[in-house]
Write a protein that binds this ligand. Sequence first.
Ligand code: HEC
Ligand code: HEC
Ligand code: HEC
Ligand code: HEC
Ligand code: HEC
Ligand code: HEC
Length: 473
Amino acid sequence: MHSRFYLSVMLISALFVMAYLGLTGYHALMPEWKQYQAEFKDTLVKNAKSEAAKKKAMAMPLGFTQVYLSDLKREDRCVNCHAGEDNPLMATAKLPFKQHSGNYLVNHPIDKYGCTVCHEGQSFATNKKEAHGLGHEQTHWDHPLLPLKYAQSACVQCHDIAMLSKNGGEKVAQGEALFKEKGCRGCHKVDGVGGDLGKALDGVGYQPIAYFPMKHVAGEHTVYNWLKQHFDDPRAIVPESAMKVKLTPEEVDLLTTYVLSFRPDEAPRKYRRIDYTSMMAKPDGETLYKMYCVACHADGTKSLYNEVFKRTVPAITNPSFLKTIDDKNLEAIIKEGRTGTQMTAWNKTASGLSDEQVSGLIGYLASKRPAGPMETFGLAAFKGDSKHGSEIYEARCSVCHGKEGKAGEDYLGISLRSPVIQKKIDPEMLAVTIANGRAQTPMPAFVKDTELLTKQDVADVVSFIKEIPVAGK
Ligand code: HEC
Ligand code: HEC
Ligand code: HEC
Ligand code: HEC
Ligand code: HEC
Ligand code: HEC
């Protein structure tokens, strides 16, 4: 009795072991991609419309396939699973067998372009996890499959925005337009042109994951998630960030698509179709204003206290400002910037803007200046006493401009202590501003209609301002 019991136990166990070995053996022989191919073949047989097509499908061997792309320096193996991408019989099949949507593969045949050139992912992997490259901790892959909504970022390697805006690259083109409108270049250089409060953005869309501080990023730690969440709220990702943007969720995705297109290398020449003449168009003054100034000055009609900078950003299209400053003095301020503040020096060396572009900007500001003569003071008729000026300053001005004239840190005024004010600006301009004030801003008039000060007092305080020691950066 006993021996029979043990015999059956042994038999059953042996069966289990064999079944187990058989299964693992089967899996070793049937890697993940092969299982997809087997399923693909079944679907193809089922979808075949004629007997001949069915026979052909049934005869199809299962085998490893890859597209070798020597110029693009990769071997794409995605087609092992995505086997129906160019097969019209698979138009309605499920993923990964479905035929590719749109005419992306008509314009870019698989054997010349493969898939990763547009989608990213790990070209030589043959299982889904590694091929899609997600889960960086396990796959160690810096450029995982892009979400489809960002896929158009790839097109810019080979095409110009003008062409893409009408031919399947609408999203990346809209992202480029937003990049200009939102004034990103007011703080960032691209191709050597732009402000310097933030870093140059060249190549930033293709940086390795480790480049970005991922601590506060929700979900998968990918470059696109960092960009998206940072554009949504810079301070949620970089707590001390001085970047300030206000974007709708849709704008965030479009900008993410565009910034992902900032890559260090272009595609090989024979893959490029870039019409450089379409990129040579010269932006007019208003467009330049949007690109470089709008991020901080908005439309320039109001004096804005910026919570992040802790400083007032003055109203620069305000008629009452423009009536007191001529183009020459404007040029001095714009080209030199204001040392010790967020106002960049917009000259060729510091910002990359050409003299012609600065003139364009001044032309745009000047177009907002009301017709008629400039406001004048007649400072030449006075001799200033800077000691008396310093007393007036202390009593009347320091409350807004700060004891040392630097403003900032919760003072309402702007800096009077930068080299451009002390060395370049015509003292007449300062005198007019103090006497007449600036309508629509907190800067009061001290002579006109108020007579808080005499004209001699104004001359004295101008002498004092010109003598405050120049600020260092
Ligand atoms: C081992 C099989 C396999 C390989 C290899 C593979 N994929 Fe996939 N892929 C799938 C499957 C299955 C899906 C369906 C969605 C899912 O299960 O994640 C898919 C979905 C996709 C999608 C759609 C994602 C979405 O958001 O809808 C894209 C794009 C894609 N793959 C691209 C690629 C690229 C590019 C490669 C090569 C680097 C690749 N795949 C390699 C199996 C594979
Ligand atoms: C020229 C660029 C380009 C190439 C090359 C390309 N794709 Fe796509 N693919 C796209 C774009 C763009 C989309 C998004 C389409 C949309 O959302 O309208 C897309 C969508 C997809 C999808 C989602 C389903 C669908 O068909 O819309 C899958 C899966 C996919 N591609 C896989 C592949 C595979 C696999 C290859 C290689 C055989 C490949 N793609 C080659 C640009 C490309
Ligand atoms: C690696 C470079 C490369 C990428 C990436 C790429 N293209 Fe192309 N594309 C080309 C080349 C080269 C041609 C011309 C094909 C030919 O003549 O054989 C082309 C052709 C086209 C055409 C046909 C019209 C024409 O100018 O010939 C369209 C439309 C197009 N691409 C759109 C896109 C879009 C949209 C994307 C992004 C989803 C994209 N391309 C991504 C290189 C690229
Ligand atoms: C007021 C100035 C300012 C404006 C305007 C601005 N940024 Fe920034 N940006 C910064 C600063 C400062 C940082 C560094 C701190 C941080 O990462 O948030 C930064 C960081 C970045 C980074 C990360 C760069 C890197 O190499 O780490 C990207 C990408 C970026 N900004 C894109 C944009 C885009 C796109 C816009 C337009 C929507 C924009 N910025 C507008 C100041 C600005
Ligand atoms: C990163 C933010 C930022 C950007 C971008 C910026 N500015 Fe400014 N700008 C400021 C701040 C802040 C001040 C005030 C500085 C101070 O306190 O002295 C200022 C001051 C000025 C002034 C002096 C106004 C006055 O009352 O005398 C002019 C003119 C000016 N900016 C023009 C421009 C132009 C033109 C551009 C675009 C090319 C530009 N700014 C871009 C922040 C910025
Ligand atoms: C209530 C606050 C306040 C007081 C008081 C004040 N200012 Fe101002 N001042 C401002 C603000 C704000 C601006 C910038 C306005 C703008 O264009 O947005 C400014 C601008 C100026 C400018 C123009 C600087 C430039 O670069 O264009 C000068 C000069 C100036 N103030 C001098 C004075 C003097 C001198 C006094 C004292 C007699 C004084 N201010 C008192 C708030 C004040």
